[in-house]
Design a protein around this ligand. Structure first.
Ligand code: NAG
Ligand code: NAG
Length: 612
């Protein structure tokens, strides 16, 4: 009896106590993460969101990059782009070249540094680099060779390009517009509609008006009466559109060669077709342009968008690829059809979920959604959205509930099972959208799954977990160029982690060199990363404080803050980081010696050697 009792106490502890502590830990950790990920806390009140973070476009960047590494060898990009460093009359970089582009973030003085830090805070990308690039810069043509042979009909429908923005960087916005005008046949552009959704930055006021008046004639600037959010701002812009096709673009894009014709041609053949370009990656730190692999849109039962591999049966070199969903920012659609099909759900706030909503609606109500491999548009994948909703509402959650309730029939349960918060969250009135579904006589969600997305697995299916894991698994296999220790010339000390080799966020310190010590064994990859003991990468916090420290972080495989470029200086080397635009150096702090970065100059504290 006594034995039994004690045992049951123990049992209660392990069934409730341990999981409880575990989840509490996760919960606290998550709050911390949310907090550090939030926009400038001085301008907007911080609101906690007590739930799992949703994968958004920026999150997908990671996935793409992981996928990308399995598709593209490094160096692909450099091949056709030999440096010649052309600049425009104002000294802005015009030609495209990876090495030159990486140099653009170089910090020469405090003003540069301040500018860059402000840029990160406001836009979540390196505005300094954006400002140093020509508004007409060249980008590599990333299309398949077969695309270049296609002849498109000379008669295609005209397009209204709709670009909504809220507090966008001046040069990023204008480069988007210029790239459209530079790389589209002018008779196909009916107009470009810029929708300013209640921006507060001064450069988007008079300065933008004047620039538009002086330089463009097909560009209209509309201002929303109050903050509408991305979704309603798009509806607002589309209501003014006069072209036959509406093409939505984000405000920090660069369209590539002959991007428009391949999007319009399938719509001209059948107006029920909605077309999406391949979204290439513009690195938010360096503005290096990288091709994306061919992937298509899917979703998981938390209603997060995700990228899926393309079924092998598809011939995906040039042919359109049917895709279950779209990423959201960029697509083309017959304007009349866009309105007939119910535009967007105006009950959705600010951002999130609208891409799945319109995807489900297109397919379920008789349309077709296709990725066009021959149309490529570069997009700056920011590290976070630099704004939040005005009232701190979780718009992604609210919008997702509306998607589930309107379109997903009995499958909505899977979403609610995964989001216990969703059951009680207020989602507004959906009667209009249900009526729309009735009116358009749309198919069931089961029909959609059976016919359009048969690859989708249900959440209780083990295989789906397996697939997601496989997608996420580190496919980042770069070549190791050399391995050894990194010796600081002035002190004679070596770079090592402050903690264990697998401890993320550990600071990098300078310590007496010890041959064979794992903590001091660095692997340099062909992507210019420095991996410690081949596990974590040397990284650097950008735009956080004056003193920038280096740390260990999960290797991302993106050229940027984990790139360390060795530049010869007589007998030793300066190690340049293109994201911070500064050089590795020693920093003394509270009696210890750390590895930091400082403005590159003639200083012995910046000299290192790689001892193999
Ligand atoms: C795929 O399409 C291209 C262009 O239409 C064609 O040249 C190629 O032969 C096709 N490949 C297959 C396997 O069907
Ligand atoms: C657009 O769609 C409408 C019907 O919704 C159709 O009448 C029209 O011809 C289409 N326009 C083009 C350019 O395909």
């Amino acid at each position: 009896m006594r034995f039994k009792k004690r045992w049951s106490v123990k049992c209660a502890l392990c069934t409730f106590g341990i999981p409880l502590t575990f989840w509490l830990g996760i919960y606290i950790l998550y709050w911390e993460l949310q907090l550090s990920d939030r926009p400038d806390s001085r301008r907007q009140p911080i609101k906690f969101k007590a739930r799992k973070p949703f994968k958004d476009v920026d999150e997908n960047l990671k996935l793409i990059s992981e996928l990308e590494n399995s598709f593209f060898k490094s160096g692909d990009l450099e091949e056709g782009n030999k440096p010649n460093g052309k600049t425009d009359e104002k000294g802005h970089q015009e030609d495209y070249d990876v090495v030159k582009t990486q140099e653009l973030g170089r910090i020469f003085n405090e003003k540069d540094r301040e500018m860059r830090d402000h840029g990160y805070k406001d836009h979540a990308f390196n505005q300094l680099v954006s400002d140093r690039l020509s508004l007409h810069r060249k980008i590599p043509d990333t299309r398949n060779e077969l695309c270049k042979e296609i002849v498109y009909p000379s008669q295609l429908p005209t397009a209204s390009i709709i670009i909504c923005f809220h507090n966008e960087a001046f040069t990023a916005l204008l480069r988007t517009v210029h790239s459209v005008l530079d790389r589209s046949p002018s008779d196909l552009i009916y107009e470009i509609i810029l929708v300013d959704d209640a921006s507060i930055f001064a450069h988007l006021g008079k300065k933008l008006d004047q620039y538009i008046q002086k330089n463009f004639y097909k560009v209209k600037l509309l201002k929303t009466p109050q903050r509408l959010g991305l979704i309603r701002a798009r509806i607002y812009g589309a209501n003014f559109a006069k072209g036959q096709v509406v093409v939505f673009l984000d405000s920090h894009c660069e369209v590539n060669t002959q991007w428009l014709q391949p999007l319009l041609a399938p719509i001209a053949v059948d107006y029920h077709t909605v077309t999406v370009p391949i979204i290439d990656m513009i690195n938010p730190d360096t503005f290096v342009y990288q091709p994306s692999p061919l992937v298509r849109g899917g979703f998981n039962w938390g209603l997060h968008f995700r990228w899926d591999p393309i079924p092998v049966s598809t011939n995906h070199t040039v042919q359109p690829i049917k895709t279950p969903t779209m990423a959201g920012g960029l697509f083309a659609m017959n304007k009349t059809y866009f309105h007939q099909l119910g535009a967007y759900d105006a009950g959705m706030n600010i951002w999130g979920g609208e891409n799945l909503e319109i995807s489900f609606r297109i397919w379920q109500c008789g349309g077709s959604l296709e990725i066009i491999p021959c149309s490529r548009v570069g997009h700056i994948f920011r590290k976070r959205r630099p704004y939040s909703s005005p009232v701190g509402e979780d718009t992604m959650l609210k919008n997702s509930i509306r998607v589930a309730k309107v379109w997903m029939d009995e499958y909505a349960d899977y979403f609610f099972q995964q989001n216990w918060l969703a059951k009680k969250y207020s989602y507004g009135d959906i009667s209009d959208r249900l009526a729309l579904r009735q009116r358009l006589k749309c198919n069931s969600f089961k029909w959609y799954l059976d016919n359009i997305y048969p690859e989708q697995t249900l959440p209780d299916d083990k295989q789906s977990k397996h697939l997601e894991l496989r997608m996420k698994k580190d496919v980042h296999q770069d070549k190791i160029v050399r391995k050894g220790s990194i010796r600081h010339l002035e002190s004679g000390k070596c770079l090592q982690t402050d903690e264990e080799i697998f401890t993320k966020k550990a600071l990098i310190v300078l310590a007496p060199c010890q041959q064979g010590l794992a903590k001091q064994l660095w692997y340099e990859t062909d992507e210019s990363e420095l991996k410690l003991a081949s596990k974590l990468c040397m990284d650097v916090d950008v735009g956080k404080s004056q003193q920038i420290m280096t740390r260990l972080a999960k290797c991302t495989g993106l050229s940027g803050s984990q790139n360390w470029i060795w530049k010869s200086k007589d007998t030793a080397f300066q190690v340049y980081n293109p994201t911070v635009g500064m050089c590795l150096c020693s920093e003394t702090y509270a009696g210890g010696m750390y590895a930091g970065v400082s403005i590159c100059g003639e200083t012995p504290s910046q000299l290192f050697t790689f001892v193999t």
